[in-house]
Design a protein around this ligand. Structure first.
Ligand code: PLP
Length: 384
């Protein structure tokens, strides 16, 4: 029989995927579920990107590529990062099958047994799992009591980090809260990182989806260039979740180390997908703007609908998520989400999955009609 590793016993399957799978199962059985659990845009991939993928296939781009990714894509990524104020070159980039793989490789490269990693809660589900798989220990700083913002929590963060801290993870715009951290907050992170000589992962995968705020890339701040791993991907900005394309940027030395793991695991990201990625970076401004505007309208609609029913949301300025409080402070969010799907046929993710009990994460990557339907159903079932 199989004798499983200690490592695999440390983690559970992804809670967000578990809910989405349950919703999909119910739909397959014929149920009409409003699925607000998903972390993917509900738009088609822009047509010109699809065409670029097809053309690459027709041109025979079906073999392995160099492990870190094709040069023109790494050049395009470096150019995009320079636009964000990061002094990037193509040799400092690894192209990965999704941002998730870039994060996985980063944790494996930096974290060993007993190394301390600081997370800002609520935090995306997979950070914890990836830290545990690498053998690291978690220290957590709660932003829920600060309206999900980092700037008012900087003192708490200062107490949490020490010279023993190896790595801090920053995700702005945030999944699951939608919060966009202010420049002041990021400067606070920088000051602590420099003081304690920390490495920082900046997961900027929602960076193109921001509303009344500006996105600032952490690695563009003085003192951060040599200690930041910037992670990004194509899934959210260009509605390309199933294409599996992402990347990391860090120093050339880091890329040399992480590149070993990359070459011995995935070998490379899919060849024709990388070619479509160039088109996505270079020719999609209009499509991205259309999606951004649609998300902004949906966010505003949802906030109004929740407000009508007395639910006050600390709404963020980015991504396509919000965390709604589910009743009494720290009420049983898993129970609430179970009732939401079983009674109201509305799927959302319990805040506990993000270490934020008492909340449910709503994804508004759904049509306005479906969002209205969801709120109506929650109200009809006494869940709001
Ligand atoms: N980081 C965050 C915060 C996410 O929400 C996701 C996807 O849900 C990812 C990274 C990874 O996305 P992908 O692997 O599709 O690029």
């Amino acid at each position: 029989a199989y004798d499983y590793s200690d490592r695999i016993g440390r983690v559970e399957p992804s809670a967000t995927l578990a809910i989405s799978n349950l919703a999909a199962e119910k739909e397959a059985e014929g149920a009409d579920i409003v699925d607000l659990s998903v972390g993917e845009p509900d738009f088609d991939t822009p047509e010109n990107v699809v065409e670029a993928g097809k053309e690459a296939l027709d041109a025979g781009h079906t073999g392995y590529t160099s492990s870190n990714g094709i040069a023109p894509l790494r050049e395009a990524i470096a150019g995009k990062l320079r636009d964000d104020g990061i002094d990037a070159s193509a040799d400092e980039v690894i192209v990965t099958p999704g941002g998730k793989q870039a994060l996985y490789e980063t944790f494996q490269t930096l974290i060993g047994d007993g190394d301390e990693v600081v997370l800002l809660d609520p935090a995306w589900v997979s950070y914890e799992a990836m830290v545990k798989l690498a053998g690291g220990d978690l220290t957590r700083v709660d932003l829920a009591s600060h309206g999900f913002q980092l700037e008012p929590a900087l003192e708490d963060l200062a107490e949490a980090v020490s010279d023993d801290t190896e790595l801090l993870v920053v995700n702005s715009p945030s999944n699951p809260t939608g919060a966009v951290f202010s420049e002041g907050a990021l400067e606070g992170v920088r000051d602590l990182a420099v003081e304690h000589d920390l490495a920082v992962i900046s997961d900027e995968i929602y960076e193109r989806i921001v509303y009344d705020a500006d996105h600032v890339s952490l690695a563009s701040l003085d003192g951060m260039a040599d200690r930041t791993v910037t992670v990004n991907g194509f899934s959210k900005a260009y509605s390309m979740t199933g294409w599996r394309l992402g990347y990391l940027h860090a120093t050339e030395e880091f890329v040399g180390e992480a590149g070993k793991l990359h070459s011995h695991s995935v070998s490379c990201a899919t060849n024709f997908v990388q070619r479509a990625g160039i088109e996505a970076l270079e020719n999609t401004d209009e499509a991205v703007e259309e999606m951004r505007e649609a998300f902004a309208d949906r966010r505003d609609l949802l906030v109004d609908l929740f407000e009508e029913h007395g639910v006050d949301v600390d709404v963020g300025d980015g991504a396509f998520y919000m965390m709604i409080p589910v009743g009494e402070p720290r009420a049983d969010d898993a129970d609430w989400c179970e009732r939401a799907i079983e009674q109201a046929a509305v799927a959302c993710v319990p805040g506990s999955a993000f270490n934020a009990p008492g909340f449910a994460r709503i994804s508004y990557a759904a049509s306005e009609e479906r969002l209205r339907e969801a709120v109506d159903r929650l109200v009809a079932n006494d869940l709001l």
